[in-house]
Design a protein around this ligand. Structure first.
Ligand code: ZN
Length: 352
């Protein structure tokens, strides 16, 4: 979610940054939130200092098609260097305790990764170590150390590997030419959008038929995409906290209460058994408002977690419900744009 991408030209961001605009924005954002309101934006005094939570998924060293939500490792390095210099990067569990006491320090921010990709260990972790920054990784426990990959990566793999020329367009139903890579990627994303609206069993049937229609052998799925428990454990020694992102990445709002409870409890137990330490942290799969309900939120609390992260956009304040903390993904290509937008989003009122 890179809101407003491209609306601020890079040269303007650089000038604004050089003239101290970003530092001013950060300072204003620590005390006030700004809601756009025509030519007279509304200012609200904050209940306490805000904190931002950044969300990443994959970090790559070589761009490839059919890779979702990925940031180049040199960009990531630049972004982490910026955070290290200009922000106070805190572990989520410390933010959780401090938010409870209303004691958020100035310029507080946290870094998170969802899903548990192996590149978090091979590419992101060395960068975090270089700058001495803590982070949290939300793992899908059924995919850690098992060779199983997430359902959205399975669907992408099928489209990447297929030799078929045509596939029925998911929106219109008529077959489209998927030989051009852009068309194949476009169709893959439409299929993903559909899979996201399905419960686990229905989605499994849809995936099986996807592999059949695209004539791709499902036994050839890559098995080295996700973290192992050894890698995960090694990172916990270096300031990385591990939270749960369920056992199989279901859309929790579409599952039965029993299934929801099982996903929440099983993943927490697995993490605690493998790492020998408690986890209080959870992140909702997909994480938009449609992906969890009040009952799901309550189930997360009942399972023993103390905070749950969404992918809803905006900063958080002490007093906000820790089971609906917001995050943001300002992964701009340009360094000054990243710097300015990060400060700008901090000062903006979170929309509902
Ligand atoms: Zn996820």
């Amino acid at each position: 979610m890179s809101r407003g991408r491209g609306r601020i030209p890079a040269w303007l961001a650089s000038g604004f940054d050089r003239m101290g605009g970003t530092a001013t924005l950060r300072a204003v954002g620590d005390r006030f939130s700004i809601a756009p309101n025509g030519f007279t934006p509304r200012l609200r005094a904050r209940r306490g200092r805000p904190f931002q939570i950044l969300i990443y998924h994959r970090i790559h060293d070589r761009p490839r098609e059919f890779m979702l939500d990925t940031v180049a490792v040199d960009r990531f390095d630049e972004q982490m260097r910026h955070l290290g210099r200009r922000y106070r990067v805190l572990p989520l569990s410390e933010l959780l305790d401090r938010a409870g006491q209303g004691e958020i320090p100035p310029r507080a921010i946290a870094v998170t990764f969802d899903d548990g990709y192996r590149d978090n260990f091979t590419h992101a972790y060395p960068v975090l170590r270089r700058y001495g920054l803590p982070a949290s990784i939300f793992v899908v426990t059924g995919s850690i150390g098992t060779g199983r990959i997430l359902w959205h990566d399975q669907a992408l793999f099928a489209f990447e590997q297929t030799r078929k020329d045509r596939y029925p367009d998911p929106d219109r139903g008529d077959p489209t030419d998927i030989r051009p890579i852009a068309a194949r990627e476009g169709t893959a994303h439409k299929v993903l959008a559909r899979l996201k609206r399905m419960g686990g069993e229905e989605r499994e049937r849809a995936l099986t038929s996807l592999f059949e229609v695209l004539e791709v052998d499902r036994s050839r799925l890559p098995s080295n995409l996700m973290l192992s428990w050894d890698e995960t454990e090694a990172m916990t020694q270096g300031g990385i906290e591990i939270g749960s992102h369920t056992a199989t990445h279901p859309i929790l709002s579409l599952e039965t209460p029993e299934r929801v409870a099982a996903e929440l409890q099983e993943s927490k137990r697995t993490i605690e058994r493998e790492l020998g330490r408690e986890t209080r942290l959870f992140a909702y799969p997909n994480g938009t408002r449609a992906d969890y309900t009040a009952d799901v939120r309550e189930a997360v609390r009942a399972a023993g977690y103390r905070c749950a992260l969404t992918t809803r956009f905006g900063p958080n304040e002490p007093g906000d419900d820790p089971f609906e903390w917001r995050r943001g993904t300002p992964w701009e290509e340009h360094r000054a744009l990243f710097s300015v937008k990060l400060a700008l989003y901090r000062a903006m009122e979170a929309n509902s």
